[in-house]
Design a protein around this ligand. Sequence first.
Ligand code: PLP
Length: 451
Amino acid sequence: TVITNHMPTAELQALDAAHHMHPFTANAELAAKGARVITGAKGVYLTDSEGERILDGMAGLWCVNIGYGRDELAEVAVRQMRELPYYNTFFQTTHVPAIALSAKLAELAPGDLNHVFYASGGSEANDTNIRLVRTYWAEKGKPSKKIIISRKNAYHGSTVGSASLGGMAGMHAQGGLPIPGIHHIDQPNWWAEGGDMTPEEFGLERARQLEQAILDLGEDNVAAFIAEPVQGAGGVIVAPDSYWPEIQRICDKYEILLIADEVICGFGRTGNWFGSQTMNIRPDIMTIAKGLSSGYQPIGGSIVRDEVAEVIGRTEFNHGYTYSAHPVAAAVALKNLEIIEEEDLIGHVQKVAAPYLKQKWEALTDHPLVGEARIVGMMASIALTPDKEARAPFATEPGTVGYICRERCFANNLIMRHVGDRMIIAPPLVISPEEVDVLIDRARIALDETL
Ligand code: PLP
């Protein structure tokens, strides 16, 4: 049989359940109810096999920044596939898509972040970063500087290395993670962990955990600190204002490389090209993926400062992926960046979409279930709570309130994700005020149905 969109949904679901193992999914449970079959998409809307239109409040996985259905990207991909579908840049060769994309990224990235090492996504790029920072210090005659400090509840990817960098307890529990040489400090999540402290006191306290960790582990043993400018998959956790300046001071003082994981925050999501600009930090390395190609092709990488590239360049860095700087992915990414620029999507986020969404999003705190509402640019979260005053958490096992709310959103044709008892959104940056209204209306209905 030829399997197409035109087959009955139940048959597609049965075949899917029989042969496809879904990531981050309890597959037996999903098989029992059937996965929703997505057949197409345009703008901010998905279409399913039953003809329903679903507002994608997550831009896929925080990545379809320019929205769905952009023919320009398809055309570039077809042209590049005909001209040069594949070649690597390992052994003394290069190609125009790699050259052009790297030059463009150097232009867009702040300061002297001028050099790009490519991967197929964010996880691989963070694996690269582990080897990159250790190689950097070894080349500088400090081979003992190996430990990378990260944060609990951070998400840096799913490979063994990147999941070890991440601080997700549920991921560490499967497969014997983390690998040695990674140290986790607490996250700056004031709502859940701030106790009686003001947000500013708490931000300082959490940042100073980095300094304490460096002192405990020994300055000569620490290579880098990695963090997302705004924690995404952890629940859109925005650090208090006091946090990042203190982190920057500590990294500078102890000569610790600062890695900003921009996989979600990059390419307009926070209202600037990079989250580091929004948070006013100066990373030595930025991890990029997702919005780099708006998800139209799998591509990621690490952008590094001049001095880091110079030091790494002294040796043969024995690292790379078959698809590093894949020509089709690179050409599509470049076109995606041109669209973000030409259509001034950053301006649209700053002036139109984000202020409008912010007002509507923060108003959700009038709902009896909603405690805190946080938003930076086009990424936002609400904390569900049984007691707003006490900032009390809900239980988070399967079947609890976050799961119910996600299901109610889904049933009302809105994709909103849940992380524990937080609900999160990160819609395509092209979303219009009218579409924000639809998103908020459906979110309110889902919240009412969750009560
Ligand atoms: N880093 C961050 C901050 C992410 O949010 C993600 C994915 O969600 C990754 C890394 C991993 O990227 P990928 O899924 O492309 O491997």
